[in-house]
Design a protein around this ligand. Sequence first.
Ligand SMILES: [Zn+2]
Length: 336
Amino acid sequence: MSAAGRAEGAPLVLHADKCPERAPKVAVPDVWVSPDGEVLDAGWLASLGCPNPRRGGAFRLPDGQLVPVGCGSYRCEYCRVRDALVLCEMVRETCAVNGPPQVALTLTSWRPTYNRWSRDVRALTATLRGAFGPFVHLGFLEWTTGLAERSGGHRRGHMHLLARGLDPGRAADANELAGREWKRLTGATRVEAEAIRTEAAVIAYLGRHHVKQAQAPPESFTGRRTRPSRGWYGPLDSKQVRQRATTVVADRAHRARVVQQRAAAFGELVAEGLPEVAAADAVYGPEHDPLPIPPREPAEFVKLRRLGERWVPERRETESERFRRAMTARRPADAA
Ligand SMILES: [Zn+2]
């Protein structure tokens, strides 16, 4: 084909006779088949809420329902919510055992590339300990969206510290000293320290900064988002605390799912014409003996098979085939 006859956007092929005709890759729709033959389409994948669920596998719940597997990345809007809930639960248990932190400290950064949190936070807290006595802390990193007018489109990190053992009556002094020291260390000028008094306030603070407003780390970030100081967990084993928190969050999700399923089943029965009392009896059990919520059973991982090939090679005509077709197309006209 001549360059002039080339379709808009098609690659310019200068050596058509030398280039092998390659079949382009054509994506097939995301359709998967479970080991039992259940066909799962893109709508099923999207039902999880994670924009990039793992392909080729699913969790089978004890009732047989198949649920997509999330990507699990803390960059993911959907998957990191569970992480944040687990962190909340970990902090709740740590507070219950060791008492709540008394001061929340926010440290900002001004260079978008700033990445020396560990070293500078260690230096800052050493100075604060020198002035106010020993305390332990839990730090968690957050990022701005980079959408604010003065941000220049850059996403800047900031760290929230929950400090246990700092006198809340001296939060203003701590604010002043931390502000001076943080500016000397990093050049950033904004530091805020506020006194917090109750466990509930701690969870609210975490929810405000880590669950709701949390912004995913930028692509360049590879470190840890939560950073406990030595002693933060007190006598607790942090691995066990995480394990228990994960179980609590999974149990809560399970109960919510059962409640939702029962509400849906109740609605269906009523829509079918069953009186509400009878529908409630069927779904929730009789009033004097309500059906308990069954305990959560671990989900089983099952492999899925893609329906069709990963890509379907689209057969393209070769030059000689095109020529032959053009010739044979002309011939009947000639014969007529
Ligand atoms: Zn995800």
